[in-house]
Every structure is written in structure tokens, then in C-alpha cells.
Design a protein around this ligand. Sequence first.
Ligand SMILES: [Zn+2]
Length: 404
Amino acid sequence: MIENEELIEKKNRKRRKYKSMKIWLGAMVAVSAILLTVCVVAGISILNMNGKIDDLTEEVSQTKNQLQTVQLTADELSAKLQILSTERDSLKQERENLAAANAQLTQELETLKNDLSGSGESIEDLQKQIAEKDKTISNLNSKIKTLNNNISKLESQINDLKAQISGEEPEDNPQEEVQNPEDTGKYAYLTFDDGISNATNDILDILKKYDVKATFFVNFAYKKITGYKEIYQRIIDEGHTLGNHTNTHDFDSVYGSIESFEKEVTSIHNSIKELTGYEMTLFRFPGGSNASYVRKLGTAPHELIHDLGYEYYDWNIDSGDTSPKNDPDGDGHNVPKDVLVRNVLNGATSNTAIILVHDLGYRYKRTTVEALPEIIEGLIDKGYTLKALDESVTPIQFTKDPTH
Ligand SMILES: [Zn+2]
């Protein structure tokens, strides 16, 4: 019995053991299943996560690239900014330098003005002295000419006497050999007023063609046409004379007061001198030296002209190229060519012909240019030599002529 009990006990124990083992096994299988499930889920999640990480990595690298681009742009912009600020600074510096230079020049100009006003009288004195010397020289020259003529005449008389004494035929008069056969003692001076203009070069071409000289009484203020410097220079270089006809020719300005008259004369004088180096010494009053505008200022303008080292010249032949009465249009512009030629040639009766024509361009004085060849040919036919005025020519002055 006991043995049976023992056996039963044993069996029971075994059964219990199996049972607990089954429970354990079941538990283990369950745990394994859970673990497997977890692992599978985790794996799937990891796979998903990996995909997301890849996406994120991609995104990050894109963002990085974008950042880099932005950084580059920012770098470029700041570099540009740097360059621009440097440029601005150097411009500022330049502006300061210019301002300083300007201030210095103004200072220098002021000093020069002071110096000039200090020495103004002595310059005027010198100019006066030079003008007087010039006059003395030209007087002496004309005396020498007269003396030469007298000597020639005396020599010719001596020859005649010698011939009479020896009973031979007298020798040829040496006077004719000495004198220029073309020099008839008749001189014509073409004077072109109010230039320069778009016709000046053509006038110069015509003068050149006939190899004759003339005088240009110019204005300056409104005559800065294309190539004006070259035109003034050409007048001088080709042997013509350049005369002062005031800066503006505006009667109100020229004859407004003696002060503005002086300014009108000296400003053009200085402009021409600066431009060409040429010192003008001949003057023509706009309207003539006895115009009613001039007479309002009495004789002060005429005295001032001489004080400034100038001589003034009026005319004794008017071509009429501004005269409405000779013009069918009645405006005095482009007076018919034949009228101009006739006026000049009929007027040329004395040994000295100072002829007034105008250089006012093709709009108003086209016919003056057209008449010029016939005027020149006609004067030469009448025995005139065409020359440029200079200080040696005795001036024609209305103010000294009671008929004007
Ligand atoms: Zn004039």
C-alpha cells in the first residue's frame, strides 16, 4: 500500500512537474510570440524610420545647400557693399579735393585781381606809351616815304640838268624803277562788320582766291559758332586784321554808360587775346562814331578808346547791305547783289576807300558774299590795291567830319 502511495505520489509529482513545465513552455511560447511580434513591429517601424531619416537627411542637405546659397549671396552682397562704400568714400574725397582746388583757384583769382587793380594804371600807361610809340613809328615811316619820293624827284632833276649840260638825252626816270608798278597810291579797305558767321570761311576763301587782304570788325558774345577759334585764327594767319566791334553789339549795353562801354571793349579784347594771342588795336563803333547813342555819352567813349590803345575807324563807302531803302523787300536783308556792287564801285572815287560790308551769315547777308567777287574785281579794275587796315592808315572818323 505504502508502495502504491509512494508510486501515486511519484506519479503525481511527475504530473505536477509536467504541468508546470507545460505552463512554462506555454509562457515561453507566448513570450516568444510577443517578442517576435514586437520585433516585427519594431523592424517595420525602423524601416519606416529609416525612410523618414533618409527624407530628413535629404531635407537637411537641401536646407544646407539653400543656406549655403543664401550665405554666398550674402557674401557677394557684402562684398559689393564694400566696393560701393569704398567708391563712395573715394568720390567724397575727390569732391573734397575739388572743393579745395576751387577754393584755392578762387583765392588765386582774387589775388590776381588785386594785383591787377594795383598795377592797372601802370599797364594802361604802358599801353598808352606803346600806342604813342606806334603812332610815332608810322609817322616816321610815312615821312621816310615822302623823303624817298623827294629824293627820286631830285635825282631825276639832276639827271635832266646833267643831260642839258652834256647835251645828251636824259636817262630814264629812276623813280619808275624804284616804285612798285602796281602801286597806284589808291587803297581800298574792305571792312566786314558784325562777324564772325557761317559765311566767314567762304569770305576768306574769296579773299584768298584774289590774294587780297581785308579787316574783320568782330563781336564775340554771340559768335561762338562751330569752330569759332579756328575761324578767328584763320583771319589772323591769312594776313587780315581783326578789329574790335564790342562784345555784344547791343546798343543798350554798349552805350548804356561809359563803364559798360569800357567793359564791352575790354572783354572781347581779352577773349580774343586768350583765344589766339592776338592784341586788337583797331576799333569800330557799332553804328559809327557819331551815332546818336554814342553822342549821349559825349566824347568820353572816343577818349577812352584812345586811352585803351585803340584807334577807331569809320567808313567812307557804305555797300548798303543793311539798308532797307535799297532793298525791294524793305527789310535790309539780302539786298540785291547788283545794288551792292554798284554802291561800292560808284562810291570809290578817292585814293583811300574804307568800305563797309557785313559778315552776318547766309540768312541775312547772303548777297554780300555773292557780290564780293565783282566788288573786288571792280576795285582792282579801278586801280585800287586791297589791303587790311592797320594803325599806319590815317583813320576816317565821322566825329572829325562836320558833314556827318
Ligand atoms: Zn555793326
